[in-house]
Design a protein around this ligand. Structure first.
Ligand SMILES: NC(=O)c1ccc[n+]([C@@H]2O[C@H](COP(=O)([O-])OP(=O)(O)OC[C@H]3O[C@@H](n4cnc5c(N)ncnc54)[C@H](O)[C@@H]3O)[C@@H](O)[C@H]2O)c1
Ligand SMILES: O=C(O)[C@H](O)CO
Length: 325
């Protein structure tokens, strides 16, 4: 039987499925990540690895994994894996696209609502006993209905956010590597260059993958083009938005607010200066965190893993150029 290492406690159904086919070892914890030295030791004789975005799978680790055939990442984003190094060794890398699209679009929209209407701040105001009377301009925010939404990265999740925005009668602008003519018709969207999108949007949502081209895609220069009332939402990856520039934009009145699910360094420490700002709504990377979706992601990661170690082409191969299947 193929030997598999799994880096975190998984939903029972996914674990049972893998155990039917493979000999499994697991870091069976929910709230701590597997220490790197444990992972390295476990990979010495593993044929397959099921990992999460919290594990950095780099050249050094792969060097110590001579039998490894498949790395199944339980996430759509795979920037935690050195795909080039894996490909060089003929190791298949897989991910879990699609099954998390709607759930992540829901959280993106939730962050748009929470930031623009100051929901967390208003809830704290109430709980902390500051609500003494009703006043005309007390805790007032920005409207979503009828506002302009600019989506940067019009992929699966980008389109699902656009679909939701239609229900709020939003004007839609988008910027992407390539134009999406069909989606333009379906959602009534307009393709815009980055400068136009930044200067005309009331809400700017970042939904590109993290890659060398998207590091600091939103930096000082981009904040300088935004409206003072703009709301920035990042549910993609930290590092696409430069956090120092973001902090200055939020404290200097350059933009209105930010909704963040992802950070340059995760987990974000509670002492982080962004968490001190009332106009930041921050979440601990929960974009895909519904019970149904996380279970589907785990099942899909299990399926990719089982197919890969048994020599069959996995459903979602990130590096088809390995040409093994
Ligand atoms: N917060 C979360 O929990 C969570 C959940 C799911 C996905 N994500 C992140 O969201 C990303 C998007 O997921 P998806 O399923 O929509 O992916 P996708 O591949 O369907 O869409 C990404 C889009 O970005 C575009 N793009 C890539 N590089 C670009 C660039 N330099 N400039 C402009 N556009 C560019 C692509 O053309 C594509 O249309 C993932 O890579 C992942 O990092 C986060
Ligand atoms: O890339 C992903 O899938 C997310 O960040 C976690 O669901």
């Amino acid at each position: 039987m193929n030997k598999i290492y799994i880096t975190r406690k998984l939903p029972e159904a996914a674990l049972a499925k893998i155990k039917q086919h493979c000999d499994v070892s697991i870091w069976d914890e929910e709230d701590t990540a597997v220490p790197r030295e444990v992972l390295q030791e476990q990979l010495k004789d593993a044929d397959g690895l099921l990992c999460l975005l919290t594990e950095r799978i780099d050249e050094q680790l792969l060097e110590a994994a001579p039998n490894l055939k498949v790395i199944s990442n339980m996430a759509v984003g795979y920037n935690n894996i050195d795909v080039e190094a894996a490909t060089k060794r003929g190791i298949a890398v897989t991910n879990t696209p699609g099954v998390l699209t709607e759930t992540t679009a829901d959280l993106t929209f939730a962050l748009m609502l929470a930031t623009s209407r100051r929901l967390i701040e208003a809830s704290d105001y109430l709980r902390q006993g500051q609500w003494k009377t009703w006043s005309p301009m007390q805790l007032t925010g920005q409207d979503i209905y009828g506002a302009t939404l600019g989506i940067i990265g019009m992929g699966r999740i980008g389109e699902s956010v656009a679909k939701r925005a239609k229900g709020f009668d939003m004007e839609l602008l988008y910027y992407n590597r390539s134009r999406k003519l069909e989606a333009e018709k379906t959602y009534g969207m307009t393709y815009a260059d980055m400068d136009t999108l930044l200067s005309q949007s009331d809400f700017i949502v970042v939904l590109t993958p993290y890659s060398p081209e998207t590091v600091n895609l939103i930096d000082r220069e981009q904040f300088a083009r935004m409206k003072h009332t703009a709301v920035l939402i990042n549910t993609a990856r930290g590092g696409i938005v430069n956090e120092d520039a973001l902090y200055d934009a939020l404290t200097g009145g350059r933009i209105w607010a930010a909704g963040l699910d992802v950070f340059e360094t995760e987990p974000l420490q509670p002492s982080h200066r962004l968490l001190k700002l009332p106009n930041v709504v921050a979440m601990p990377h929960i974009g895909s965190a519904s019970i149904k979706t996380r279970t589907r992601m785990a099942m899909l990661a299990a399926e990719n893993l089982i197919l890969g170690v048994s020599g069959t082409r996995p459903l979602h191969l990130v590096n088809p150029e390995i040409n093994l299947f």
